[in-house]
Design a binder for this molecule. Structure first.
Ligand SMILES: Cc1cc2nc3c(=O)[nH]c(=O)nc-3n(C[C@H](O)[C@H](O)[C@H](O)COP(=O)(O)OP(=O)(O)OC[C@H]3O[C@@H](n4cnc5c(N)ncnc54)[C@H](O)[C@@H]3O)c2cc1C
Length: 487
């Protein structure tokens, strides 16, 4: 089924749809054929940019992709250098969930295989207030914090089920153009911590519930909009199976890049955009020289943390400029520790640990990889990530080993070496994924994805799935559809 509709209908639909976001595309549709081939520039060879370019190329348009880095993929980045025995580490995207319909669609289209992520058997660990808490199925949990009578003995997921899950039933269709329903808008005015307080969680239960997901978004439970965090929880609540991309996540982005071939120009950071009713001009800097590209339309598929360094003439609308200036991007540091063997298995552990330590979490990142060596990861976000990023690379590794040893004793005996990625320091990303402070979903979201004349916008931050490849792909398709309908 083609989605051809006339320009007037499109504009009417667009304006009618600005509850918090634009109407999301239906993934069963396709763009159809371009009546007249137009020139389209796409900035950014991440998934959002590449899917937009791919779809427009398929429709018959002439596409040029300008990418600042010397590789494709953006935040899909598999670290392969120096690892033995088929080990590798994912600096960015790793998990694909069964409800990621856009990711599934394009993995299939490109012939990229996925495998189910089997959860390793063993006890899960928490580390709170200096105490190691081992979760044994069926046993009451003895947390080192004071809890209300009806909270005592509950695991973290049982506390989550008590205070968080019931609210998610009201979340409805997160992709609907008129989302969120009026009844939920109040949740954007308070932090997630305030939401927990209002639900009746005791201070001790809140301490437990702030660990994990809440810690990993923005600056944590006290700073993040409750609506933002609960939407993320709702997106995960229906997941039945997690997958990983066979051979590493960059297999996916490389497959996209191969389809686009020399339409992608690497090492070309865009520094200036000029646009008017007739077309667009885009200036890039390469080895001290300026290169200029012209086109009928432009898709800007870069994170909002980056265009602060791109001059735009005439400037975007005040609302768009406000959204670009104010949207936060979560600070994330990932530290990978290679071990001689997967020693935690001998102790009946999964190596998954959720903690209040400066390293936040520990994960076994190699349980699905070949060989006997191990790869542990500390995934750190927010203020703790910024502290870790301020250390030198060597200090960061030794600090992480010491801290992780509190949770996984004997680590240093098996440790062989490591690497880390600080996403705030990545010039072409400046952070990991978007997050909203209280009030920001209401003020910023309606202006996020709206085109500015001939300039269209894509990126996971503009979708109902920020922080997920699924959102990047959906937004890229939506931007390509806009270009089709506007020309
Ligand atoms: C730590 C981390 C963990 C994640 N985990 C998962 C996960 O498990 N599962 C999942 O599905 N997703 C995950 N994600 C999210 C996923 O990686 C992103 O949603 C997705 O890759 C975003 O794609 P994008 O195209 O919108 O942006 P990006 O990938 O950021 O692409 C933007 C591109 O624009 C380029 N660019 C920037 N500025 C310029 C400029 N001025 N000129 C030219 N080019 C420019 C950049 O180099 C980049 O290639 C994770 C991300 C991070 C960081």
């Amino acid at each position: 089924m083609s989605e051809a509709i006339n320009r007037r209908t499109f504009l009417q639909r667009s304006f009618a749809a600005t509850a918090f976001s634009l109407a999301q595309p239906d993934l069963r549709n396709h763009l159809g054929n371009a009546g007249i081939a137009r020139k389209v520039i796409v900035i950014g060879a991440g998934l959002a940019g590449m899917v937009a370019a791919y779809e427009l190329m398929q429709a018959g348009h002439e596409v040029t992709v300008l990418e600042a880095r010397k590789r494709s993929g953006g935040r899909v980045w598999t670290l392969r250098d120096d690892y033995p025995e088929g080990l590798y580490a994912e600096a960015g995207a790793t998990n694909v969930f069964d409800n990621h319909a856009w990711t599934m669609k394009y993995l299939k289209l490109l012939g990229v295989a996925i495998d189910p992520m089997e959860s390793s058997s063993g006890a899960a660990l928490y580390y709170l207030r200096g105490k190691r808490v081992l979760l044994k199925p069926g046993n009451a949990v003895d947390w080192p914090v004071a809890l209300n009578a009806d909270e005592k003995g509950l695991s973290r997921s049982q506390l989550w089920a008590k205070y968080v899950i019931p609210m998610l039933k009201e979340f409805g269709d997160l992709e609907a153009a008129n989302w969120p329903p009026a009844s939920l808008k109040r949740l954007d005015q308070i932090s997630f911590a305030e939401f927990l307080r209002q639900q009746g969680a005791s201070p001790g239960a809140m301490e437990i519930l702030k660990l994990g997901l809440a810690d990993q978004l923005g600056d944590g439970a006290e700073a993040t909009s409750a609506l933002n965090l609960l939407r993320e929880a709702a997106l995960r609540a229906t997941v039945k199976q997690a997958f990983y991309i066979r051979g590493g996540s960059d297999t996916f982005t490389k497959a996209f890049a191969a389809k686009l071939g020399d339409r992608i120009h690497y090492g070309l950071p865009v520094v200036r955009i000029e646009h008017d009713a007739r077309g667009v001009r885009v200036m890039c800097q390469q080895a001290g020289h300026q290169k200029t590209f012209t086109a009928d339309s432009l898709i800007c598929a870069i994170p909002f943390s980056v265009p602060k360094n791109v001059t735009v003439s005439p400037g975007f609308s005040p609302a768009k400029q406000q959204a670009i200036a104010q949207l936060g991007n979560t600070s994330v540091v990932r530290v990978f520790l290679q071990t001689r063997k997967r020693f935690w298995l001998d102790e009946g552990l999964t190596a998954a640990a959720t903690t209040d330590l400066p390293i936040m979490t520990a994960y076994d990142k190699a349980h699905y990889l070949p060989g006997t060596r191990g790869m542990l990861e500390a995934y750190v976000a927010g203020a703790k990530a910024r502290k870790l990023a301020a250390l030198s690379a060597d200090e960061r590794l030794s600090f992480t080993v010491k801290q992780m040893e509190l949770v996984l004793p004997h680590l240093s005996q098996h440790y062989e070496g490591g690497a880390s990625v600080c996403w705030d320091q990545e010039e072409w990303t400046r952070g990991a994924y978007a997050w909203f402070k209280p009030g920001q979903m209401e003020t910023l979201l309606p202006h996020f994805a709206q085109p500015e004349g001939r300039v269209h916008f894509a990126g996971d931050h503009l979708s109902p799935w920020p922080g997920w490849m699924n959102g990047a792909l959906q937004s890229g398709y939506r931007a390509a559809r806009e270009v089709m309908q506007a020309t």
